[in-house]
Design a protein around this ligand. Structure first.
Ligand code: ADP
Length: 487
């Protein structure tokens, strides 16, 4: 690296493999680790949820930040800073251990003090920097949980020269989750008297929206794909934030997420019964057979195996499935493996499908990292018909696993999947435009038809496997952004 290394604090509510609910966890670990590996002084902070298992890795207490008390608007919470390496690396991650807030049986618990839980994370990070006498140049924040950080730096901690010149970068991973609280939350997070710094819309409503506050106060706003960066400026995709976003003269920067090929690589994946790569796809066929056996699906029909791994929420397009899937399952030799948890009616639908199509449709209701890897490896087509998708990760992982993504053209799906063109032999997936069951069904049937031409299919598979969608490239884009912001 030619230039001076940077000091970067990275703050998130999730980080894989410690605490993961969705893509945020993968991004927090992989991006920060890639920046660290590039030589920067990166410190990733997350809560030490009670359910985090450290396994065989050592866990140390940071003596400088032991039993630190923070007054949150009249209620005191105490934390101790722990640190443990990301498994298999010497990259040490920091955990804010505060049992009164994080021993709750989940990452997000929708508790009456949810705002305090995550506002506390920001203040704890600041207090850790102070105690470690470590002056970050950039604080990279992620999603609403970290939205109050710029305000804290500007108010309660404005006196501290340690943070002079620090720049905040705020990344929107999912604009629909906003941390929208009653106005009384302001004093409960220790910011009473600073209401005038909130966005006028919050002041008018007598509320505090953590996401809006971040958009209003951070030094730069990014989201996880260029297409989504444009989309969220519109009312259709902005979830009420489009106005605040348009107020920013510097706009919204879109940087597509990378894949962490150290975790998602079929040549080394410890979860797979058989390993493979682009030069030897026999292992993929063996994984496919194993997946069909594991999930109780018929081994023999010639048609493709569709895979789905998802939070089962309406964002992901499951209402389209209700009309499109039964026709496709009735009319073709296809099979479908779904893994997910979420809204009861979506779970009910997939359970019903398994019942109505024995041997053709399987549903695993739960969160299962290992099975997720086996579905990536054992499926022929990965289906992701999202209504909106800031970036999406599984369509990226799928390409490395030789599993052809089938996506709706929105957000990061539009930026990472190019439609297959049998005439030129180019492209790496199936794409549809309209958010309708007919458009999804048409795409599924195109995939069924394409699957019959074995030579063309093998080309399509290899097109995806040969792409480099890694973090190496993306981490460089973030670094360039940080440097542009620095004084
Ligand atoms: P989002 O963050 O909106 O959930 P992404 O596609 O960005 O969507 O990331 C989802 C991540 O969570 C992927 O790594 C995916 O494999 C994982 N995931 C989602 N649901 C499950 C599940 N039920 N079991 C295992 N992994 C899951």
């Amino acid at each position: 690296m030619g230039m001076d290394p940077l000091r970067i604090a990275f703050v998130a509510a999730e980080a894989a493999p410690f605490a993961k609910a969705g893509g945020l966890a993968d991004v927090a670990s992989a991006l920060s680790r890639h920046l660290w590996r590039a030589g920067h002084d990166v410190r990733l902070f997350l809560p030490r949820y009670a359910q985090i298992e450290f396994g065989t890795e050592p866990v140390h207490t940071v003596d400088l930040a032991r039993d630190v008390a923070i007054d949150m608007g009249g209620t005191e919470h105490r934390f101790t800073l722990r640190t443990s390496p990301l498994p298999g690396t010497t990259y040490w991650v920091y955990f804010v251990d505060c049992p009164s807030l994080y021993d709750r049986g989940g990452i997000y618990v929708d508790a009456p003090d949810e705002h305090v839980r995550f506002a506390f994370l920001c203040r704890a990070v600041i207090e850790c920097c102070q105690r470690m006498k470590w002056a970050p140049q950039v604080i990279h924040l992620n999603d609403w949980h970290t939205g109050l950080m710029p305000l804290y730096l500007r108010t309660l901690y404005a006196w501290d020269a340690l943070f002079r010149g620090v720049r905040t970068v705020f990344t929107i991973h999912n604009i629909a989750y906003q941390g929208n609280f009653d106005g009384s939350a302001v004093s409960e997070v220790g910011l009473a008297g600073n209401e005038h710094l909130l966005h006028p819309a919050d002041r008018l409503e007598g509320r505090v929206n953590f996401l809006r506050t971040a958009i209003h106060t951070a030094d730069a706003i990014t989201t996880v794909s260029p297409t989504h960066a444009r989309e969220i400026l519109s009312s259709e995709y902005g979830a009420g934030m489009d106005g605040v976003l348009r107020e920013r003269e510097d706009g919204v920067i879109g940087i597509v997420n990378g894949a962490d090929y150290e975790v998602w690589n079929p040549a080394t994946d410890p979860y797979l019964p058989h390993r493979y790569d682009v030069d030897d796809l026999e292992g993929k066929a063996a994984n496919r057979a194993a997946l069909l056996e594991e999930t109780g699906l018929r081994p023999d029909p010639p048609g493709p195996v569709f895979g789905v791994i998802s939070r089962l929420v309406s964002q992901k397009g499951f209402d389209l499935f209700t009309d499109a899937l039964p026709d496709v399952l009735d009319g073709h030799d296809v099979r479908l493996v779904t893994l997910g948890t979420g809204e009861p009616d979506h779970e009910e639908f997939f359970r019903g499908l398994e019942w109505a199509y024995p041997g053709k449709a399987a549903f695993r209701n739960g969160y299962d990292e290992a099975l997720a890897h086996r579905i990536e490896a054992g499926s022929d087509v990965f289906v992701m018909p999202s209504r909106y998708e800031p970036c999406g990760l599984n369509q990226i992982y799928s390409q490395r696993y030789g599993t052809v993504p089938l996506v709706r053209r929105t957000g990061g799906l539009a930026d990472t999947v190019d439609a297959w063109d049998p005439d030129t032999g180019r492209g790496n997936g199936f794409v549809f435009e309209d958010y309708t069951p007919e458009a999804l069904q048409d795409a599924l049937e195109r995939a069924v038809a394409a699957f019959r031409d074995r030579d063309a299919w093998s080309r399509l598979v290899r097109n995806g496997m040969r792409r480099d969608l890694s973090w190496r490239v993306r981490a460089g884009e973030y670094e360039a952004l940080y440097r542009r912001l620095l004084p």
